[in-house]
Design a protein around this ligand. Structure first.
Ligand SMILES: Cc1cc2nc3c(=O)[nH]c(=O)nc-3n(C[C@H](O)[C@H](O)[C@H](O)COP(=O)(O)OP(=O)(O)OC[C@H]3O[C@@H](n4cnc5c(N)ncnc54)[C@H](O)[C@@H]3O)c2cc1C
Length: 531
């Protein structure tokens, strides 16, 4: 793929003109067919009249010809598709490997294993996607939570109801493997070249089901509504996965249970598997009008039809902590992400079109092992206490209603929800509350200092009527399960702690990449079980 950067055009020009200019810069003859798309588009408003700045991705039918055009201009770069080889070890397994959890990490681990003939057995505590969607809708309408079918648990894991942003900073070549698999299963073509690829929760669901069906077609088995409740071990090695329906013998188990599997973490603690506290963050979801974010970012160019919905990421060091925004969902909505009874958890997502009125983002403050004497159990207990405090604050309205406050009030600690232009989108109802009072005082003060700093960086953060809904506690795993170079647990041979829950990923792409990595490490040691 060729990337043609820094194509500067007046606001009156759109994608077609940018592509035309890219072809001209490359000296691409009219007869050469190429797939062209916008990889990046920003606005430069520094010198009076704003101009559009495009990066155009150009893919030629014959990849080998691309390097001939790479020297056309200093603003042209060429990127190559990496080729993957996954070596297979000599020792044949006695049983198919077990993959526990069907979030992005488990899904991609199982996909690679299935493609290479390992016929993995997948255990997923929640239901298949269709039933899961019904359970989530029922929860939003009635406040009746299914502890195994919610925004965290069920086919696709936390990724299913996510925003489907695939942005990552890891730069691992395996990202290309994941992207190709998503494309093969129906993700929009532009995720191959966009700098900030976005699928959207609506399209992501079809992709997930299609990948699971391929795993099954290739000989894998998926057991829904089947929770891993224990591990049988023999001489320091995994011998079987324990479920309420009985044992499944296995020597290799990829554990990809996500950051919300607190009962599974407790089971692993009882088995004395080594784990440590991992930094994570807590805070609230902030909602602004999307149009106000666009104005803050694009200034006079806001509303231009060629421009994508405005996105931002802010951070500020305050004392020894970091206050930052993340998981920003342009045109999205706030969701109810609880998985335990009596606890409120917020998160955000958007559909592919990103056409909602509001933009939302998590605004959180970091905590780490020093806050919990490096005891993972205390870190989990802290998350749970915050979620329960949020539940109690909202329960005067209805179960799982969330406490909320407008930004001006939060900065002054007044506990008021002074609604004006921004309407909260959290689905189970909101109740006015002093959100700072639900957090430890020093964390609330740190967040306020961070938010004031954000206001100096992005005008929208000075709006007093932005809505804050809480609490946001499941930003990433509070726990890391220690693994060695072979990616197996330091204390249990054959167990591969994997993905976000094990502390090795943070987001869809990195979780999926870690799934591929664990499957590759397993394959490097063992050949598939014979018939
Ligand atoms: C609303 C929302 C929006 C998000 N938006 C984005 C986004 O836009 N971009 C992004 O990169 N990230 C996003 N994320 C985060 C992303 O979804 C996670 O980082 C990712 O899903 C982690 O993948 P995972 O496979 O490690 O774990 P998970 O996705 O959490 O999957 C774990 C799976 O294991 C199952 N499980 C748990 N315990 C057991 C057990 N004992 N036995 C059997 N099965 C078990 C669970 O049911 C679950 O299906 C979002 C998350 C949420 C909730």
């Amino acid at each position: 793929m060729l990337l043609v950067r820094n194509i500067r055009l007046p606001l009156s020009c759109g994608e077609a003109e940018a592509i035309h200019k890219a072809r001209k810069i490359l000296h691409l003859p009219a007869g050469v067919s190429a797939r062209c798309g916008v990889a990046r588009l920003s606005v430069d408003a520094r010198h009076g009249t704003p101009v559009l700045v495009y990066t155009i991705a150009v893919t030629l039918q014959d990849e080998g010809e691309e390097s001939a055009y790479a020297g056309a201009s200093p603003c042209v770069a060429v990127t190559r598709q990496p080729h993957f080889a996954f070596p297979v070890g000599g020792a044949a397994l006695a049983h198919p490997p077990v993959v526990c959890g069907l979030g992005p990490a488990g899904l991609f681990a199982a996909l690679l294993l299935a493609k290479k003939g390992y016929r993995p057995i997948v255990l997923e505590r929640g239901p298949a996607l269709e039933q899961r969607v019904l359970a989530v809708e029922h929860f939003e309408q009635t406040g009746e939570l299914d502890k195994n079918a919610n925004l965290q648990f069920g086919e696709g894991g936390a990724g299913t109801f996510s925003d489907g942003k695939l942005t990552t900073r890891v730069g691992d070549p395996l990202c290309a493997f994941v992207t190709q698999a998503l494309l093969d299963h129906g993700a929009p073509a532009d995720i191959a070249w966009r700098q900030k690829p976005h699928v959207g929760t609506d399209l992501l669901r079809g992709v997930i089901t299609s990948i699971r069906q391929e795993i099954e077609r290739l000989g894998g088995t998926v057991h829904f509504n089947t929770c891993l409740t224990g591990l049988r071990t023999e001489n320091g090695r995994v011998a079987a996965a324990v479920t309420p329906a009985g044992e499944i013998p296995c020597e290799r188990l990829i554990l990809a249970v996500g950051h919300s599997a607190r009962d599974t973490f407790a089971m692993l603690r009882r088995l004395e598997l080594p784990m440590e506290c991992k930094p994570f963050s807590v805070g609230v979801r902030v909602e602004h009008l999307q149009s106000e974010i666009d104005r803050s970012l694009y200034h006079a160019a806001a509303g231009h039809p060629a421009l994508p919905k405005g996105e931002y990421q802010l951070s500020q060091h305050v004392g020894g902590r970091c206050v930052y925004t993340f998981c920003m969902c342009p045109g999205g909505r706030v969701v109810a992400a609880a998985s335990e009874e009596g606890g409120v958890v917020t998160n955000g997502m958007s559909y592919h079109a990103r056409d909602g009125q509001n933009a939302n983002a998590a605004m959180v403050v970091s905590v780490d092992g020093r806050d919990f004497e490096n005891d993972p159990a205390r870190a989990v207990a802290f998350q749970r206490e915050l979620e329960q405090a949020a539940y109690r604050a909202g329960s005067c309205l209805s179960p799982y209603a969330a406490p909320a406050e407008t930004a001006g009030s939060f900065l002054e600690g007044r506990g008021k929800l002074e609604l004006d232009r921004v309407r909260p989108t959290y689905p189970c109802g909101v109740v006015p509350c002093d959100l700072g009072s639900l957090l430890p005082g020093h964390l609330a003060e740190t967040m306020r200092a961070g938010m004031r700093a954000f206001g100096r960086k992005l005008a929208a953060y000075r709006a007093a009527d932005a809505v804050l809904t809480g609490l946001e506690t499941r930003t990433s795993s509070p726990v890391r399960l220690l693994r060695g170079q072979s990616l197996q647990s330091l204390a249990l041979e054959g167990l591969y702690p994997c993905g976000e829950g094990a502390g090795y990923a943070g987001g869809i792409m990195t979780a999926a990449v870690d799934g591929v990595r664990c499957a590759a490490a397993l394959m490097a040691e063992n050949a598939p079980a014979g018939d």
